[in-house]
Write a protein that binds this ligand. Structure first.
Ligand code: IMP
Ligand code: MG
Length: 176
C-alpha cells in the first residue's frame, strides 16, 4: 500500500491548513449565496470532500468524469468525457474543483462545458498547480492551494496507475 517514496512534498498538516484557508476564502467570496461545486473525478474527490466540510455556505455538488491521455500521434492532451448525472447550473454560481493542474486540458474542458449552460458565475479552485504549465488561453485559477514544480506526485486523490489515491499526504513516488 505505501508506495516507494522519494520525498513527501506536502505533509498532512499542511494540506489540512491549506484546505481550511481555501474554504475561508471561498466562504467569504460567496457569502449569502448558494454554490454549486463541480468536481472532476476521480482525482478531486478527496479534496472536494475535505473542502465542502469546511465551507460556511449552502452547497450542491456535481461531477464530471474525465479521463485525459496523450494522443498517439499528437502531443496534445485529449479529454474523454463519461456521462454522469449533472446538476442544473444555469443562472447559478459554480466553482470547479480540481486536484491538480498539469496541462490544464481537463480544467479547460470542464470550464467550456459549464459555460455552455450559462451559469451566473464560473470560477475555479485547484489544489495543486504545476506553475510552469499555466498558459494564456487556459482558465484562470481563482482559488489555488499549492504551487509546485513540474514533478509527478501521488496521494490526496492523485494516483499512479490507480493506486495511492488514499494517502493523506502528497509525495513524489520512486517510480520503476
Ligand atoms: P491536466 O493535464 O491538467 O488535464 O491533468 C489531467 C489529470 O491528470 C489531473 O486532473 C490529474 O488527475 C492527473 N494528473 C496530472 N498530473 C498528475 C500528477 O503529477 N500525479 C497524478 N495525477 C496527475
Ligand atoms: Mg483530476
Amino acid at each position: 500500500m505505501i508506495p516507494p517514496i522519494q520525498q513527501i512534498l506536502i505533509p498532512r498538516e499542511a494540506i489540512e491548513a491549506k484546505v481550511r484557508d481555501l474554504a475561508h476564502a471561498i466562504s467569504a467570496a460567496y457569502q449569502g449565496r448558494d454554490l454549486v461545486l463541480i468536481a472532476i473525478l476521480k482525482g478531486s474527490i478527496v479534496f472536494l470532500v475535505d473542502l465542502m466540510k469546511e465551507l460556511d455556505l449552502d452547497v450542491e455538488i456535481g461531477f464530471f468524469y474525465l479521463s485525459s491521455y496523450q494522443g498517439q500521434t499528437s502531443p496534445q492532451t485529449q479529454v474523454r468525457h463519461f456521462d454522469i448525472p449533472f446538476p442544473v447550473i444555469t443562472g447559478r454560481d459554480v466553482l470547479l474543483v480540481e486536484d491538480i493542474f498539469d496541462t490544464g486540458a481537463s480544467l479547460a474542458y470542464a470550464f467550456g462545458e459549464c459555460q455552455k449552460h450559462r451559469p451566473r458565475s464560473l470560477k475555479t479552485c485547484v489544489f495543486v498547480v504545476k506553475q510552469s504549465k499555466e498558459r494564456a488561453g487556459l482558465p484562470a485559477i481563482d482559488f489555488r492551494g499549492f504551487d509546485i514544480p513540474d514533478v509527478f506526485i501521488v496521494g490526496y486523490g492523485m494516483d499512479y496507475q490507480e493506486k495511492y489515491r488514499q494517502l493523506p499526504y502528497i509525495a513524489i513516488p520512486r517510480l520503476p
